[in-house]
Design a protein around this ligand. Sequence first.
Ligand code: GLN
Length: 486
Amino acid sequence: TTRPPGGFFGHPKGLSTLFFTETWERFSYYGMKAILLYYMYDQAASGGLGIDQGLAKSIVAVYGAALYMSSILGGWIADRFLGSRRSILYGGILIMLAHLTLAIPGGAAFLYASMVLLVIGTGMLKPNVTNLVGGLYAEDDTRRDAGFSIFYMGINLGAFLAPLVIGTIGQSYNYHLGFSLAAAGMAAGLTQYWLRRRTLGDVGLAPTNPMTETERGQAVLRIGIGVVLLVACAAFLVVTGEFTASLVVNAVSLLAFIVPVAYFVVMFTSKKVSAVERSRLVAYIPLFIGAVLFWFVEEQQFTVWAQFADQQTDLDAFGFHIPSSWVQVISAMDVIIFAPLLALLWTKLKHRQPSTPQKFTIGLFLSGLSFLIMALVCVLQGPDGKANPLWLLLSLTVLTIGELCLSPVGLSATTKLAPAAFVAQTVGLFLAADAAGQGLIAQVAPLYNRHSAPVYFGVIGGFVLVAAAILGLLSPAIKRKMHGVS
Ligand code: GLN
C-alpha cells in the first residue's frame, strides 16, 4: 500500500478526509434521529405521522438495530467484492437518497422506503470508513490509537452540530426541511470525500479478500435465493394480512440476538481458530454482553430520553425556548469535552490504569447510574411536573463518561480478541452489540410513559448496576483468559 505523506495534527492527511466524511455522515444520521421520533408520533396537524408513541419508539429502535447489523454485510461487501473505498462512495449516495426520500412529505410509505435505503447505505459506509482509518497506519504505528480518538471526535462533531441545525429547523419550521438538510450534509461529505480521494493513496481501493469466479457464482446464487425467499415470505404475509409494523419490529429484534449468537458459534467452531484464540473469545463474551447492556441504555437517548425531553422537561426554564431535539446535543458535546481529558488520565496512570474489563465495568456502572438519576428526578417531579433540563445534562453526562470508558476500548478490544481470521469484520461485530441493545429497546421501550417512568428507570438502572457488579467480579478472570492482551 502507498500512503501519501501527511499532515493532520501529525497524522496522515487521509485522516482528515475520513474525519470529515464521517462528520458529515453522522451529521445527517443524528440530525435525522434528533427529529425522527417526534415526526413519527406528532399528529398530522403538527406535521407528523400520528403513530402510537410506544410503537414509534420500537420502530426507531429496530431501525437502529438493522442499521448496525447491516455493517456486517457492508464489511463483507468491501472485503470480498467492492473494496472499502467504493463501498463508502456507494453507501454515501444511498444515504443521501434516503434523506432525500424523507424530505418529500409522502407519509409512512416514504418513511419506510428511506429506512431501507439508510440501512443499506450506512452498512456500506460506516464500518468501511472506520476500517480505512486503521489502514492509514502501518501495523506497528504508535499513532494508531490516537488516530481513532481523533476520528471519534469527528463522529461527535457531526453529532453535536446535527440537533442544533437539523433539530432546530426541523422542529421550528418543518420536519421535511430538516430531513433535506440531512441530505445536504451527506452531499457535502461525499463531495469532500471524492475531491480529496488522493490523500488516501491506494488504501482500501482493492477488496482485501476478493472472491474467486466460483465463489462469486455461489454468492450470487445464495443471495438470490435469500432475497426470493424473503420477498415470498413478505408477499405471503401481506396477502394474509399479517404484515404489520409490530411483526417487523419483533422479527428484527429477534434477528438482533440471533446474529451475534450465530457469529460466536461460527468463530468458536471455525478450524481457522487456535486454542489461545478460543480462550480469548471466551474472555470476549462477557465484555460483549456488557456492551449490549451499555448500548441498551445509551441508545435510549433517541426514544425514551427524547420523549422525556419532549413531554416531561421544562424547556422554557432558562427564559427562552429550547427545542426538545437539543437533548441529543449533550452527549456529543460531552464526548468532545471529556475524550481528551480521559485520554490524558489514562496516559498519566500508565500501567496503573484500569484493565479493559474494568473499564467496561466502569462504563456499564455509569450507564446504570444515569438511569437511576432519571428515576430520582421522575420521583421528585411526579407524573405531571416538568423537570429542569439540568437533570438531563447531569444524567447524560454521567452516561457519556461511561461511553468513553467503554466504547473506544471496546473497538480495540474487539480487534485484539477476535480470532485473526475474523478481524476484518471487527467493526461489524462490535456494532452488533449495539444492534442487540437496540433490539432489546424495541421490546421494553413501549413500557415507558410518564406514569411508569420512575419504575422504568429505576428497575432498568438497578438491573444494569447488578450486571456491572458481576462484570467487575469477573474482571480478573476475564483478564487471565485474554492471554496477555491488555
Ligand atoms: N455513537 C458512536 C457513533 O455514532 C458509536 C456507536 C457505536 O459504536 N455503537 O459512531
